[in-house]
Design a protein around this ligand. Structure first.
Ligand SMILES: NC(=O)c1ccc[n+]([C@@H]2O[C@H](COP(=O)([O-])OP(=O)(O)OC[C@H]3O[C@@H](n4cnc5c(N)ncnc54)[C@H](OP(=O)(O)O)[C@@H]3O)[C@@H](O)[C@H]2O)c1
Length: 266
């Protein structure tokens, strides 16, 4: 069993969705959380709820735009300046749009690459060394089932998640004997604000997972004596992720294009 009591977790993208749920779950298990995202009001509201339940020191709010090139460096400087020891890093902030690639706003593409990839790598690089030194710590990077095959009409998003999966599994291989747990979490479609901003996505209705299911999958994996490098949330999502191994890449791209086409009627 992992003991979260008294640990400090840095959670990016904590203003809604999975990030908010990770914060609530960790504070319920006795951890202190540092909440990062742009929407300061949402972070403060969450911190107030956590503090009301667990005490005044349970949550710290650090509003920040992680698409800024210097975001990770600033964040790590602030935290090191305040002498925070980060025991758990959850790189959860991320976004993507279901649109034709040529219709994407160029700046939004750059922001997506920065938030989903660069900042995630830089934060891992900033906080992993001290964990390895202490032979203790947890890094959780949020990928997606979109990581397992190309995704026409969400081309950039899926490619960023393939990066997160590959990068984090590689770190697992590198540090699995270091005492630090490194886990890639691959949710499938999950009911969060991600879908509110992606009304073009296919309607998934009853196939949608809940935030709590993803959080439970994460902590169940971490509780194992030998956690895997990555975990897919939900049985159907596991089948989907696995099935892509048996398709040719050509067939997978064509099939995904049919499923993801924003112009088709669901
Ligand atoms: N929901 C799904 O179906 C699904 C499936 C697979 C993977 N995922 C992944 O799960 C993670 C969490 O997403 P979610 O589903 O919980 O969606 P969500 O509710 O939209 O949450 C996304 C979080 O990322 C933060 N964020 C986005 N851009 C940011 C920026 N520039 N700077 C700082 N924070 C930023 C948002 O905060 P602010 O807007 O306040 O900045 C928000 O807290 C993402 O990495 C997503 O790709 C989601």
């Amino acid at each position: 069993m992992v003991n979260y009591q008294g640990k400090t977790a840095l959670i990016t993208g904590a203003s809604s969705g999975l990030g908010e749920s990770y914060a609530l779950a960790l504070t319920d298990m006795g951890a202190h959380v540092i909440l990062v995202a742009r929407r300061a009001d949402r972070l403060r509201n969450l911190a107030d709820r956590i503090s009301a339940k667990h005490g005044i020191l349970a949550a710290t709010v650090l509003p920040m735009d992680l698409s800024r090139k210097d975001a990770a460096a600033s964040l790590s400087k602030i935290l090191k300046g305040r002498n925070y020891q980060i025991d758990i890093l959850i790189n959860n902030a991320g976004f993507g749009h279901a649109v034709h690639f040529i219709d994407e706003d160029p700046q939004s593409v750059i922001d997506e690459l920065t938030v989903n990839v660069s900042t995630l790598v830089e934060l891992t690089h900033a906080f992993l060394p001290a964990m390895v030194e202490r032979k203790d710590g947890i890094v959780i990077n949020i990928a997606s089932t979109a990581a397992f095959q190309s995704l026409p009409f969400m081309a950039v998003y899926a490619a960023t998640k393939a990066f997160v999966l590959s990068f984090t599994e590689a770190l697992w291989g590198e540090y699995r004997r270091s005492g630090v747990k490194i886990l890639t979490v691959c949710p499938g479609p999950t009911a969060t604000e991600f879908f509110d901003s992606n009304s073009n996505s296919p309607a998934l209705g009853k196939y949608m997972r809940t935030r709590d299911e993803v959080i439970a999958t994460t902590f169940r994996e971490l509780a194992k004596a030998r956690p895997k490098p990555s975990v897919v949330d939900g049985g159907l999502n596991k089948v989907t992720a696995l099935s892509s191994r048996f398709f040719t890449r050509r067939f997978a791209a064509k099939l995904s294009a049919v499923i993801m086409n924003p112009n088709k009627k669901n």
